[in-house]
Design a protein around this ligand. Sequence first.
Ligand code: ZN
Ligand code: CU
Length: 486
Amino acid sequence: MSVAHETHDLIIRGGTVIDGTRAPRFDADVAVTGGRITAIGDLQDHRAHQTLDAQGLIVSPGFIDSHTHDDQALLAQPDMTFKVSQGVTTVIGGNCGVSAAPLTQDMDLPMPLSLMDSPKGRRFTSFAAYLDALRRQPAAVNAASLVGHSTLRAVVMDNLNRPARIDEIERMRTLLQESMAAGALGLSTGTFYPPAMHATTEEIIEVGRPLTAHQGLYATHMRDEADHVMDSLDETFRIGRALNVPVVVSHHKVTGAINFGRSAHTLPVLREAMKHQKVCVDCYPYNASSTMIRNEPENLSSPVLIASSRSHPECVGRYLADIAKDWGLTLEQAATRLQPGTAIYFKMHEDDVQRILAFDETMVGSDGIPVGDRPHPRLWGTFPRVLGHYSRDLGLFPLETAVWKMTGLTARNFGLQGRGTVAVGQCADIVVFDASKVRDTAQYDHPTQAAEGIHAVLVNGTLTWKDGQHTGARGGQVLTRSRVSL
Ligand code: ZN
Ligand code: CU
């Protein structure tokens, strides 16, 4: 592929390559030119303008965060340090029914949409406008996005507490069609949340019709991840079959003490469905979830840590039970008073987290919420935690598998061509890390800390993280879905 004496932009010398396909690691130099990988092997007689020493280190594809809420952060915090510092080079936004576009300028948005809103007057009224803004002002990482069904509902419907009427479904469908044509990856839903709770399965199928021709994805924060998780899985599969598109079960979990251990039942059901249709699944490596502050009793039955509160910022970092006691209120009353904001819910069992993470087809997605000073530590720690804590320290799976779950598998599932593997001709999204030292340092009480052991990160061949520092580079691109045969 490469002429022996050409001069590359950069050579990563002396490292051990884990290529993102789950193949065993091998020692090789990796050369990069013009944003692509141009040679892999013994490149001693190749020259380069720049050299990175990777002796004793792993060279792997840049990590793809399969589940993010970075839609606004890409524009408002374009360095994306919380992701780059983990080795993440691509983020997929628009999840859980919430996307940055299409919106209208003046409308009031309900939670959780309002949590990730841009200032009124600076919203994106079309998906094309959002992607154009990202192209004009690139972030440090590549970005791809889904369209949120709750966002479509909020734009089209005057009352969210009912199923959509036929005319409203048609308007949502038109907006989805336009968004897909502009380059969206697919549609996401969040029927767990009030703005979409009243949507029927039929509504989602009818809104989702444009996905079929585009072979877009259907990703879902399911209606119920607790007592009715099996029904939710059925609904998800049914929507995928009706549209004949791949489905993504987002941040798969089973919540509530009564459901502990139930992943032993959900995973075989997922496995069985995969025989008949394309089913993808992701999860984050923590036993606490995080989302908007909810005030229904069923959401407050396990410990709740306040992560952000617009009305009571002084309560951030405290447990809801303590706050309620101080105020002389019930949990529900205190939660209501703390809205709008975000909270962390300790409602999963570690055994389920590990079983789901270790499931063969599970991708790693952070579900990080880049809002406030005390976010869930998954925002800064997800990828190093899988590599360090779960793969190396607990031995849950080999490092090759860990890398595959955050690179090759994800690129394949989302149709991100040219990404996710280290091979000649691929885009040069690359991480150099120390397998013996990589570690998440973000904790619940100090959650915004960069991981250890990530030596260098290249995004489209541009050095973006080096020696614990952001280089200031913003070489991210907008990625759209390539049609893949499944
Ligand atoms: Zn979600
Ligand atoms: Cu999410």
